[in-house]
Design a protein around this ligand. Structure first.
Ligand code: SF4
Ligand code: SF4
Length: 298
């Protein structure tokens, strides 16, 4: 049985698909979105987090790391993830608990057992299990095995996907789900690249395929200040959705829930000074989709 790397299994989720759900967060993502609210999801390996406020500067971690992945400068610890092999020795040796980790390997059965604990809630609420991340499809074998096992228990399955997956893999995995929550971030390939680190060609191809083949899909737009929040952006995305024959779209207004995690990962959060968006800020934005004949909601 294959093992996968996950960083969280969240019970009683109510924003990741219909009803009450368990959300399984896969680690590893081909995109590097600047606004990512789960930055710890991006690397497909166990990752060490460092809380500067708890660090006494003893440098025990520097000396105990067998792979010389840790250095100490400017009064703080720096971890080189290219050298780290996730042995966790630094964590076990830090008396101040300044180091923690994200991500662990689990078997399909281990994940299914956790999901099954709430099967009564799924049945009563019309809920199920959602795969989030990260990008679940970047661990294709583990994902397939997991979804098929959940299906054996007649559990509704959804996936939040970036759509940035090789066609062959996407076409094999997408039909396994009862719902695809498909992110559409930008219509313009250069701007898409600037915000996410990848071009959008593959994503658009997979979106068109999904709708054309009648798979149950809900396109969703994370609306991000300075990236895709102008009315011109809305017009461009609406036109893309029309081209793909999408009938509906959900808007996900920007928030800063992930900010603290950037600090723990010793990464800069470039959207620190942006304010959160709310549905009332996006009325005109929403209207553009409605005018284009697309059912648009929050
Ligand atoms: S072992 Fe812990 S307290 Fe000591 S330097 Fe490393 S992170 Fe800081
Ligand atoms: S997990 Fe292991 S290899 Fe990675 S930084 Fe800590 S001690 Fe070094």
């Amino acid at each position: 049985m294959s093992k996968g790397i996950v960083f969280n299994i969240q019970k009683f989720s109510i924003h990741d698909g219909p009803g009450i759900r368990t959300t399984v967060f896969f680690k590893g993502c081909p995109l590097k979105c600047q606004w990512c609210s789960n930055p710890e999801s991006q690397l497909k390996q166990i990752q060490i987090l460092y809380d500067k406020t708890k660090c006494a500067g003893c440098q025990t971690c520097v000396h105990t790391c067998p792979h010389h992945a840790i250095t100490f400068s400017n009064q703080q610890v720096n971890i080189n993830f290219n050298q780290c092999v996730s042995c966790l020795q630094c964590i076990h040796n830090c008396k101040n608990h300044a180091l923690t980790h994200e991500g662990e390997y689990k078997t399909v059965d281990e994940v299914v057992d956790i999901c099954l604990q709430d099967i009564d809630f799924y049945e009563e609420s019309g809920g199920g299990v959602t795969i989030s991340g990260g990008e679940g499809m970047s661990q294709p074998e583990f994902l397939k095995e997991l979804v098929l096992k959940l299906k054996e228990h007649k559990i509704h399955t959804a996936i939040e996907t970036t759509g940035f997956i090789q066609s062959e893999i996407f076409r094999e995995l997408a039909p396994l789900f009862d719902l695809l929550l498909f992110d559409v971030k930008h219509y313009d390939r250069e701007k898409h690249f600037a915000g996410t680190g990848v071009y959008n060609d593959q994503i658009i191809e997979n979106l068109i395929y999904t709708i054309k083949t009648g798979l149950p899909v809900l396109p969703r737009i994370p609306v991000i200040p300075g990236f895709n929040d102008s009315l011109e952006d809305a017009m461009g995305i609406a036109s893309l959705l029309n081209r793909a024959n999408a009938m509906k779209v959900q808007l996900l207004p920007f928030h800063q829930f992930g900010e603290k995690k950037y600090e723990l990962l010793n990464r800069e959060y470039t959207l620190k000074n942006e304010t959160a968006l709310h549905p009332e800020d996006l009325k005109e934005y929403q209207q553009i989709f409605l005018d284009a004949g697309i059912q648009c909601f929050f």
